[in-house]
Every structure is written in C-alpha cells, then in structure tokens.
Write a protein that binds this ligand. Structure first.
Ligand SMILES: Cc1cc2nc3c(=O)[nH]c(=O)nc-3n(C[C@H](O)[C@H](O)[C@H](O)COP(=O)(O)O)c2cc1C
Length: 206
C-alpha cells in the first residue's frame, strides 16, 4: 500500500457548497493524504444539484467511480457509509486526528454540538472532540438563527474551527474556481497543508 503523508476525514453534508468539498477532496489527494470520505444522504442530493458528478448509488461502484474521477492512488479514498461503525473514524483508537466537514449543514452542526452520534459523520466528529483532535467545520446558512449561533459558540468553546463559506474578494477573483479556491486555500492553511491556490495576504509585497 502506498505511504501517505497524513490521514484525514472529510465529510460533505447537505448544505449548499458541494463544489468546495469536491475541490478540497482533490487538493487533499494531491497533497498525498489518505481521505476517509463521508457523504450524508442530503449531501448526495446537493452534489447532484450543484455539480456534474454522477456518483453511483451502490457503494462499491461509488468507490470505484471516485477513485477514477480523482485519479486516486490505491486505498487513498476510503468511502464510508453512514453506519460503518467498524471503520477507522468511528473509534478513538484508530481515528485520523483531523476532520473537515465541508460544506456543513446546520443540522449536522447541531447534532455534533449535542453529541448525537447518530451516523458516522456525527460519530467521527464526536471522536475527534473527545480525542482532542482538529475539527474544522466549514458551514453555510443565511441568515443564522440564535440556535445556530449558540451551537456555533458551544463548538467554538470546544476548540472547533468554524469557517463560514464566505469567500473574500480582495484577491480579485476572475472565475468561479477562483472564488472556490479562496475558501479551500483557507481550509488547507488551517490544516497546515501546503497550498499554492491563494497566496497569503500581502505576500507579494516586498
Ligand atoms: C439544494 C439544497 C441546498 C441546501 N442548502 C442548505 C444550506 O446551505 N445550509 C443548511 O444548513 N441546509 C441546507 N439544506 C438543507 C439540508 O440538506 C437538510 O437540513 C438536511 O437534513 C441536512 O442533512 P445532513 O446534515 O445529514 O446532510 C439544503 C438542501 C438542499 C436540497
């Protein structure tokens, strides 16, 4: 099996913003990461709505499809089902130390806040929290209710990084890809994964 530089869990949920999650996946693979990939049921609907990606329904076919689409190395993408309780992210003894949820719905954010662990995304996040790993939640909703805000504050106090999927425009994006890359670059920076998508602010000023 190839040697990977890191293991990381990436979850896509049913918030708008699937293209961010797909670009992040591609970048994590390019950075030689092994990715435990979790897609909520709602994420599959949003993916079909917001991207051209036609992921097969059946698990093995979906795994094969993703491997080919992203030109992944053997075992690099580990596509998991919502009740794969015997998988690595489900247990503190085997879980990766980093997890990103991008995009994250308010529903999943709330479940994580209350420790529901009703599916593998919620359980994997719960494991990261109890093991004091790095949990990064890239969320999208607008406007926010007090429920959302209180949940986010609780998670922030637990050490979760909460990133709104709200790209800046000071790098003068020319294309949709530039806008997506702005957010993906910020996420990679927080994961301490080298990226060349967007240079740091003022880095070109001598
Ligand atoms: C096209 C589409 C866009 C959606 N956008 C959002 C969103 O931006 N934020 C959000 O919290 N929920 C959004 N939802 C609703 C969630 O998908 C829904 O609450 C779902 O139950 C979330 O489940 P999950 O957290 O298991 O993925 C959207 C749904 C659809 C179909």
């Amino acid at each position: 099996m190839p040697a990977f530089d890191r293991r990381i869990t990436l979850a896509l949920t049913g918030a708008s913003g699937a293209p961010y999650g797909l670009r992040l996946l591609q970048q994590l693979l390019a950075a030689n990461s092994q990715v435990y990939l979790l897609l909520s049921d709602a994420a599959k609907i949003v993916l079909a709505t917001e991207s051209e990606l036609a992921i097969p329904q059946e698990h093995n076919a979906a795994q094969l499809f993703l491997n080919e689409y992203f030109n992944a190395q053997e075992a690099q993408i580990q596509l998991l089902e919502k009740s794969d309780w015997f998988s690595a992210p489900a247990s503190g003894s085997s879980s990766p130390k980093q997890m990103v949820i991008c995009p994250c719905s308010m529903g999943t954010l709330s479940s994580i806040c209350y420790g529901a662990s009703n599916n593998l995304i919620e359980r994997a996040a719960d494991v990261i929290l109890k093991e004091r790993g790095q949990l990064l939640i890239a969320w999208r909703e607008s406007p926010l209710s007090s429920i959302h805000l209180e949940n986010m504050l609780s998670l922030s106090k637990l050490g979760v990084t909460l990133m709104p999927l709200a790209p800046g425009f000071y790098h003068k994006p020319q294309t949709l890809e530039d806008i997506i890359d702005f957010m993906v670059a910020r996420i990679l920076d927080h994961l301490k994964i080298e990226q060349s998508l967007v240079l740091p602010w003022m880095s070109d000023v001598k």
